[in-house]
Design a protein. Sequence first.
Length: 100
Amino acid sequence: MIDINEDQKKINVQFEDLDVIGDQEQETFVLNLNSFEGKIPYYIYVDKFNFNFSGRSFLINGRSALLPSLIENNENNNQLTLLVERDHRFYIYIHQTTEV
């Protein structure tokens, strides 16, 4: 169940609300917000994980050139990647797995 709080710019979801996509042996979670009418949230809470919008996005078409290296770079920096699909774009959200 997706719980939207536009005033606080956050969305609460469960893992079962997410899809998984993979390109070139890299997989990541995707939250489809194409039917969401409001502004894109800054925070997404998935169970106990807090993802923040990274300020980056890219077109869904042509993602295979960018997605594998993006996920690998994030993992090397102890970050989990969540993609939000909206208006033919993937918006990139990050969860830091270790303290900075």
